[in-house]
Design a protein around this ligand. Structure first.
Ligand code: DAH
Length: 348
């Protein structure tokens, strides 16, 4: 028997069993493609028909064995069927991809959206930035130093030799080599800066410091300080008081009061502690709150960094940043700063 093909411009005859099988095979393939329930199933059906070992591919290969005059038509029929299959495949693939992209759970598009909360700058960082800004406005630059320090910068150069009692009270964290320690104050950066540049110096140094303290409402083994150092000719205690008062009023309001109380630090002479008073401090049941140490740079310190103490004078201070933040925001427990509870942090 011979078969004819509608749509062919010429009348060709083929051996039964070859082209006659194309149409049913195509129908079968289309059916399977349309029924494929997911993308992997579709891919395996595709392989079964159009892959290197697929049934359609086998037909294409047979075209080569046909008599020369039958080849073009047979090739064309098979290719047309193949094109049709590819189209069905593409449509089904798109449908299945769309299906896979749909949410697994039903979605109610009428629900109000969920807003994404923006993070905030940590209150300690906010206070630090404001203190720095205030000092920058009067000509201070920001300096930095390492948190892992050596004894020279942390103590010896600051006129605090190994047998000095002040060293005991700053019982510290030594790291493995036994020579380095986590700095107990930012004062070490005074030494680093003075050793690296000639006077005059006008710097502030915000940074983290470490002490062997047990955590309670007002202490934490890690806290933050801001150091200040001013070196020039003819600098006086009046300059120190004026500068510190200016910055505190800038930061915490005009009605704050400061008190300079004589104290002792080995790297300043004379030395003071600065007490602070404001409505908030009084509300906390106190008249004065200690917030900083300061004084006129000790001549020995100048000698240690190679500055001539007969020519240069200066003052220095160290504030506790947490203290200032606590006063500013009325916070009564220092540990709140480190817990990273968003309910706390979100308030600033
Ligand atoms: N380093 C001192 C401390 O941690 C604070 C301090 C006092 C810094 C006097 C100074 C200073 O620069 O002159 O308690």
């Amino acid at each position: 028997m011979r078969a004819t093909f509608p749509g062919c411009p010429h009348f060709f005859l083929f051996p039964m069993g070859f082209l006659d099988e194309i149409e049913p095979l195509k129908t079968q393939a289309i059916q399977q493609f349309k029924l494929a329930k997911d993308l992997p199933a579709l891919e395996s059906f595709k392989a079964a028909f159009l892959g290197p070992n697929g049934q359609f591919t086998a037909f294409l290969k047979q075209v080569g064995t046909l008599p020369k005059e039958e080849k073009p038509v047979a090739g064309k029929v098979i290719n047309n069927a193949k094109i049709e299959l590819e189209q069905v495949l593409a449509v089904r693939r798109q449908e299945l991809e769309d299906l896979a992209a749909l949410p697994k759970e039903p979605v109610d598009y009428s629900l109000p959206g969920r807003s994404r909360k923006l993070g905030k700058i940590h209150p300690l960082t906010q206070v630090t930035e404001e203190i720095v800004k205030s000092f920058r406005r009067i000509g201070f630059a920001v300096a930095d130093g390492p948190e892992i320090e050596d004894e020279f910068h942390c103590f010896d150069a600051l006129n605090t030799p190994a047998d000095h009692p002040a060293r005991d009270s700053q019982d510290t964290f030594y790291v493995e080599d036994g020579k380095s320690l986590l700095r107990t104050h930012t004062s070490s950066v005074q030494i680093r800066v003075m050793k690296s540049q000639p006077p005059p110096v006008r710097i502030v140094v915000p940074g983290r410091v470490y002490r062997r303290d047990n955590a309670d409402a007002t202490h934490n083994p890690t806290f933050h300080q801001i150091e200040g150092l001013f070196v020039d000719r003819g600098v006086t205690v009046g300059d120190l008081k004026g500068t510190v008062e200016h910055v505190f009023k800038d930061l915490l309001g005009k009605d704050v009061k400061l008190r300079f109380r004589p104290h002792y630090f080995s790297y300043t002479e004379p030395s003071y502690e600065i007490d602070f008073s404001s409505a908030l401090v009084r509300k906390m049941g106190k008249e004065w709150l200690e917030i900083a140490g300061c004084g006129m740079v000790h001549p020995k310190v100048f000698e240690n960094v190679g500055y001539d103490p007969e020519v240069w004078t200066g003052w220095a201070f160290g504030f506790g940043i947490e203290r200032i933040a606590m006063i500013r925001y009325g916070i009564t427990d220092i540990r709140l700063f480190y817990e990273n509870d968003v309910r706390f942090l979100g308030q600033f």
